[in-house]
Write a protein that binds this ligand. Structure first.
Ligand code: CP
Length: 314
């Protein structure tokens, strides 16, 4: 595996999730695999879970891990054929090539602008890095996808149910800030690839990009969508059509114990961070069916499964 940016970079999401679960049982069993290898993690945006879990995954595999806040004091130019007489001091062509001299694997986090839909959805920054890096690249969340999160979510669902095809509902919920669509896009494509019984629910106007949704049912009535659900995966996203806009902050979409009572004793999932009593009520988040901490725990083993595959093929 030379890149991990989307579910399409692998052929076997269920097998990869099983590998992560095997690693969870014995996290230090492959402590020699990454000996004398270095992973460099570049964060153009903040992170708690992705940063620490990916770093821990590398350490569990015996790697050295260097993590860098790449946004401050290091303005990169991504465009070609440009006169570099502004504040951008270094071009992506040199930067990606130079980081590749120090790293056996590079991880990159880069959020969308939420102002330029075409550029964001081309995944411009991640793709430019991959173009000029000479070592494998892992997305730590790009403008449009968050594959390590989605793999951890699949791992969590698999370990929580014996059903081959549980009903999984992706529900929009309100939020005071405009957030990317990346987690939701990515969750949809991983659930589709794993053949889960996926349903999407959101207010009208929050339709996600069609190439992600494909033929997944979209139900605008949240209560109806929740009926019989085994898992409620909640995430806010800003509008895709009216790109980056907040159209609705309707508190009726908050996940409450009453809404969860419509499900099949469903489990609550969220990638975190989450706004209490805006996205989800305390009674759900702190309740016995909340999986959010286990999801965060599984981030380590998901990352470790991906990094282990990359190391085995170097
Ligand atoms: N879920 C997630 O990616 O969290 P961080 O933004 O803290 O990495």
């Amino acid at each position: 595996m030379t890149q991990f940016t989307a579910v399409s970079d692998i052929t076997d999401p269920i097998k990869l999730a099983d590998e992560a679960l095997a690693i969870k049982a014995y996290p230090h069993a492959q402590g020699q695999l990454g000996q004398n290898k270095t992973m460099v993690l570049l964060f153009f945006n903040p992170s708690l879970r992705t940063r620490l879990s990916t770093q821990k995954a590398g350490i569990n595999l015996g790697m050295s891990v260097i993590s860098m806040n790449a946004a401050q004091g290091w303005q990169l130019e991504f465009e070609d054929r440009i006169i570099m007489n502004t504040d951008k001091a270094e071009h992506i062509r040199e930067a990606a090539a130079v980081v590749s001299q120090y790293a056996d694997i590079i991880g990159i986090r880069t959020f969308p602008s939420l102002t330029d839909k075409e550029k964001d959805y081309s995944d411009f920054i991640l793709k430019r890095f991959i173009e000029f890096a000479s070592v494998p690249v892992i997305s730590l969340e790009s403008a449009i996808r968050h594959p390590l999160q989605s793999l951890a979510d699949l791992v969590t669902i698999k370990e929580q149910t014996a059903k081959a095809r549980p009903k999984v509902v992706l529900s929009w919920a309100p939020h005071p800030r405009a957030l990317p669509q990346a987690v939701s896009n990515s969750f949809i494509e991983w659930m589709q690839a794993a053949d889960m019984d996926l349903v999407i629910t959101h207010p009208e106007g929050y339709e996600l990009e069609g190439s992600f949704v494909k033929d997944t049912p979209v139900i605008y009535d949240q209560s109806k969508a929740f009926e019989g659900a085994d898992f409620i995966y909640t995430k806010n996203w800003s509008s895709y059509q009216q790109y980056g806009q907040i159209l609705n902050q309707d508190a009726n979409w908050t996940i409450t114990p009453e809404k969860m009572a419509l499900t099949n004793n469903g489990k609550f999932m969220h990638c975190l961070p989450v706004r209490r009593n805006v996205v989800v009520a305390d009674g759900v988040l702190d309740g016995p069916n909340s999986l959010v901490i286990e999801q965060a725990n599984n981030r380590t083993f998901a990352a470790q499964a991906v990094i282990a595959r990359m190391l085995r093929h170097q």
